[in-house]
Write a protein that binds this ligand. Structure first.
Ligand code: ARG
Length: 464
């Protein structure tokens, strides 16, 4: 059964122990790379023919064979040979079985070390281009649409989770759009370091054969080839960077989830998430639980786990390829899958959430959310801000005693606190007056909410 032997078997006098075989295999999880393994091999074979290392007819046979294998895998009829250690051996083994001799020429000037580095870079590039960036943009589009719907609606804001100042719902939602924009920038930037072709690095030292690495890189759409063959095989920074960007993005998703979990509660009643995105309780009939949001928050742990796993995996490695690196896929796939699923459902939740505008308006009127604006009113009347702060602080204390809001005070009461206060003070009090008066660039009133919405609509139309 010479064909069934491992490709590296020749120098061994014993075949591997069954436990060893099952311990070192990665086919069970790296078969997910098949598309990239095949694309990389086709580009490699075409290059080998181009430089005369193999015959053109061999390259054509290899290409046909690999495409047929790809079709079989895609259709689910490919028989995975579980005796194969990994995807690279499975594909190459099947190719040799199908086309014979030419198949044996494919691995010329190539090692699984640069092959796996190539496959992972192709995979990560697709993960960024086909999943993460479009899903982030779609989430931003959903948030901007909601922001537009609620551009003028007022809501209370919080710092330290205590009532702060009234803001528009639109401005609140656009804060998340900013976060996700930075995520897009981080992934786009990481992509620059992903999009480098390592093939031709060989095991770590390159090859004595006259291969054309740039031809392979061009065929696979890479921007460049890696400069150093040792780094070309040992580098997994691009995975760690991808996961780091994923972890940061998960922070943002998790914070959004946390806010909205609070906002759906009876205590807040700020938003309502459509039934299809809530779940019930097996015991308490009245419950409508925000499980989707809780799981977005919870799955963040998996993404941090993937990043931590990758950092830990690589921290003690000697230079170049070490078999430990086989584990990188577990972290990459887990981080990618989890973030993709969370982003997808987050956009759906955003599209299926309504803000209780009336309730938010009423809530905004209480808790002295207009105190800061009253102090700014006094600044307008030439009172130094520190003094204004004290005057308003005393007025708030007075209101608390009386169980009323600032707008309920009589003009006499205001003037007793500060004789600069006039009748126009009432135009500054109450949430609606406050938000309408925000004027500084980027502030949280309707004026800048609208301007930001215009910016995002144009920016997202141009940059997605
Ligand atoms: N399955 C291996 C991995 O995922 C491929 C590279 C194996 N290289 C080696 N010399 N054993 O990392």
């Amino acid at each position: 059964m010479a064909e069934k032997q491992k490709s590296w078997q020749a120098r061994f006098s014993q075949s591997a122990d069954a436990l060893t075989e099952s311990f070192v295999e990665s086919l069970s999880f790296d078969r997910r790379l098949w598309k990239y393994d095949i694309a990389g091999s086709i580009a490699h074979a075409e290059m080998l023919a181009e430089v005369g290392l193999i015959a053109k007819s061999d390259a054509q046979a290899i290409k046909r064979g690999l495409l047929a294998i790809g079709e079989d895998i895609e259709a689910g009829r490919f028989k995975w040979d579980t005796a194969c250690e990994d995807i690279h051996m499975a594909v190459e083994g099947a190719l040799i079985e199908r086309i014979g001799e030419p198949g044996k020429r494919l691995h010329t000037a190539r090692s699984r070390n640069d092959q796996v580095a190539l496959d992972l870079r192709l995979y990560t590039r697709d993960a960024i281009d086909l999943d993460i960036l479009p899903l982030l943009a779609d989430l931003q589009v959903a948030l901007v649409a909601s922001a537009e719907q609620y551009a003028e609606a007022v809501m209370p804001s919080y710092t330290h989770m205590q009532r702060a100042q009234p803001i528009t719902v639109g401005a609140y939602l656009l804060a998340y759009v900013e976060e996700f924009e930075r995520d897009r920038e981080r992934f786009a930037d990481a992509r620059k370091r992903v999009n480098i072709c390592p093939l031709g690095s060989g095991a770590l030292a390159g090859s004595t054969l006259p291969i054309d690495r740039r031809s392979v890189a061009r065929r696979l759409g890479f921007a460049d080839v890696s400069r150093n063959s040792i780094d070309g095989t040992g580098d997994r920074d691009f995975i760690t960077e991808f996961l780091s960007a994923a972890a940061m993005c998960a922070v943002h998703l998790s914070r959004l989830a946390e806010d909205w979990i609070l906002y759906t509660s009876t205590e807040f009643q700020f938003i309502r998430i459509a039934d299809a995105f809530c779940t019930g309780s097996s015991m308490m009939p009245q419950k409508r639980n925000p499980d989707v949001l809780e799981l977005i928050r919870g799955k963040t742990g998996r993404i941090y786990g993937a990043l931590t796993g990758m950092l830990t995996l690589t921290k003690g490695l000697p230079q170049a390829y070490n078999r430990d690196l086989q584990e990188d896929k577990i972290h990459l796939f887990s981080g990618h899958d989890t973030l993709r699923d969370s982003l997808r459902i987050a956009a759906a939740v955003v599209r299926n959430t309504t803000f209780n505008v009336e309730h938010l308006r009423v809530a905004s009127q209480f808790g002295f959310a207009d105190a800061t604006v009253l102090a700014e009113y006094l600044v307008g009347k030439k009172v130094p801000f520190r003094q204004a702060h004290q005057i308003v602080g005393r007025l708030v204390a007075q209101c608390e005693q009386a169980g009323c809001e600032l707008r309920d005070l009589t003009l006499e009461a205001f003037q007793a606190a500060c004789d600069r206060i006039e009748q126009d003070v009432y135009d500054f009090l109450g949430a609606d007056n406050v938000v309408a008066r925000y004027r500084s660039e980027g502030s949280a009133g309707p004026e800048w909410t609208r301007k930001q919405i215009e910016f995002w609509k144009e920016h997202l139309a141009k940059n997605t």
